[in-house]
Design a protein around this ligand. Structure first.
Ligand code: HEM
Ligand SMILES: *[C@@H]1O[C@H](CO)[C@@H](O)[C@H](O)[C@H]1NC(C)=O
Ligand SMILES: *[C@@H]1O[C@H](CO)[C@@H](O)[C@H](O)[C@H]1NC(C)=O
Ligand SMILES: *[C@@H]1O[C@H](CO)[C@@H](O)[C@H](O)[C@H]1NC(C)=O
Ligand SMILES: *[C@@H]1O[C@H](CO)[C@@H](O)[C@H](O)[C@H]1NC(C)=O
Ligand SMILES: *[C@@H]1O[C@H](CO)[C@@H](O)[C@H](O)[C@H]1NC(C)=O
Ligand SMILES: *[C@@H]1O[C@H](CO)[C@@H](O)[C@H](O)[C@H]1NC(C)=O
Ligand SMILES: *[C@@H]1O[C@H](CO)[C@@H](O)[C@H](O)[C@H]1NC(C)=O
Ligand SMILES: *[C@@H]1O[C@H](CO)[C@@H](O)[C@H](O)[C@H]1NC(C)=O
Length: 258
């Protein structure tokens, strides 16, 4: 009993330390930041090095684990994928500014950053974020609203950026980024998230703790990511599945059926 109490107290203390021990501090002029609002946030809170340098596998596992309750093997996998950002052979770390190189991991049609073609591809850009948010039509974001914002940004880039690039590999990364707000702040079973928390996060690169958010208690696993990615991928389709009742026998008048 004593043992159990001590363990319980220890866990509570550890959780409290993780929360209160990581106050937000704005980046200074020498601190590196990148295109990922979450890694910037983790650095602003000191879960990652505040200077944005020397991000190792262990630092990544600890940061994603303590701040977001990411399963360690999922965090390791994400770290391994990020290492291509460091141009050194056999690198064991990356820095946040290494993520800024266009078309390595950073890509066009971001939710909150401008395309490289138009200028800065890694700082938060309110004009771009407003484009995305126009499709966040309710107080609780569902997969459909998040998908619409993503697709709209792609159409905007495809229309106005003559160098628009978006490969199928980029699409896979992009789907992961679009579900990320649900993963960090939402309900992974319902695939929904409170819009206010998401806007606060993007705009301030800060955890919405003062809005009542706290780290989830059940871990985020690769399986959860896979499920949400599937839901999001489906939600990006512009084709509906149910046949309209009146038109099941209609021939396509515009040669589509030829
Ligand atoms: C090792 C871990 C991670 C790495 C290396 C990483 C890297 C990146 C990079 C390079 C981008 C820019 C893509 C673009 O051009 O739009 C990005 C975007 C993004 N990341 Fe991360 N990320 C990591 C973890 C996370 C986590 C854990 C979350 C939240 C759960 C997250 C949320 C986001 C979001 C929401 C975006 C989209 C930003 C936008 O489109 O404006 N990331 N990330
Ligand atoms: C980088 O971080 C690791 C721990 O993750 C530490 O062992 C190493 O000394 C650090 N290197 C530098 C140059 O700060
Ligand atoms: C992390 O998730 C994997 C499955 O993706 C599981 O095998 C492993 O036990 C989990 N790790 C922890 C620490 O829960
Ligand atoms: C990188 O690792 C590979 C395989 O372990 C090794 O052959 C190569 O010499 C290493 N390169 C450098 C620059 O350390
Ligand atoms: C935001 O992005 C738009 C469109 O790409 C660009 O014209 C504008 O200069 C950017 N704003 C800032 C503050 O960088
Ligand atoms: C333009 O497109 C090419 C090919 O996709 C790419 O390598 C390059 O980085 C792009 N440059 C800009 C500024 O978008
Ligand atoms: C973005 O939208 C907000 C809210 O509608 C508005 O107050 C702000 O002026 C807009 N910013 C830009 C740069 O268009
Ligand atoms: C979203 O979160 C904000 C801040 O905690 C809260 O005021 C608001 O009621 C929440 N919205 C919904 C729909 O739950
Ligand atoms: C995506 O759509 C396909 C085809 O309608 C369906 O079979 C699949 O179950 C859907 N996946 C998810 C995760 O909803």
């Amino acid at each position: 009993m004593k043992f159990t109490l001590q363990v319980a107290f220890g866990v509570t203390l550890a959780a409290a330390t993780a929360k209160c021990g990581n106050p937000w501090k704005a980046p200074g002029p020498e601190d590196y930041r990148g295109p990922c609002p979450m890694l910037n946030t983790l650095a602003n809170h000191g879960f990652l090095p505040h200077d944005g340098r020397n991000i190792t596998k262990q630092t990544t596992v600890n940061a994603l684990g303590s701040a977001l309750n990411f399963n360690a093997s999922l965090a390791e996998l994400m770290f391994e994928m990020a290492l291509v950002a460091n141009p050194e052979p056999n690198a064991t770390f990356f820095t946040l500014n290494q993520l800024n190189v266009h078309n390595v991991l950073e890509h066009d049609a971001s939710l909150s950053r401008s395309d490289a073609f138009f200028g800065n591809n890694h700082v938060f850009n309110e004009t771009i974020f407003n484009e995305t948010r126009a499709y966040w039509t309710g107080p609780v974001l569902d997969a459909n609203m998040l998908a619409n914002g993503k697709v709209a940004r792609q159409v905007s880039s495809k229309a106005f950026n003559p160098n628009y690039t978006f490969t199928s590999t980029i699409e896979q990364f992009s789907l992961g980024e679009v579900i990320a707000p649900i993963v960090a702040f939402g309900d992974v079973d319902l695939a929904m998230v409170n819009r206010t928390l998401v806007e606060y996060f993007f705009e301030n690169e800060r955890f919405p703790t003062e809005l009542g958010w706290s780290t989830r208690s059940t871990p985020i696993t690769l399986e959860i990511i896979g499920k949400l990615t599937g839901i999001m991928s489906n939600a990006t389709s512009l084709i509906t599945t149910a046949e309209p009742v009146v038109s099941t026998k209609r021939r396509d008048l515009h040669f589509g059926g030829l």
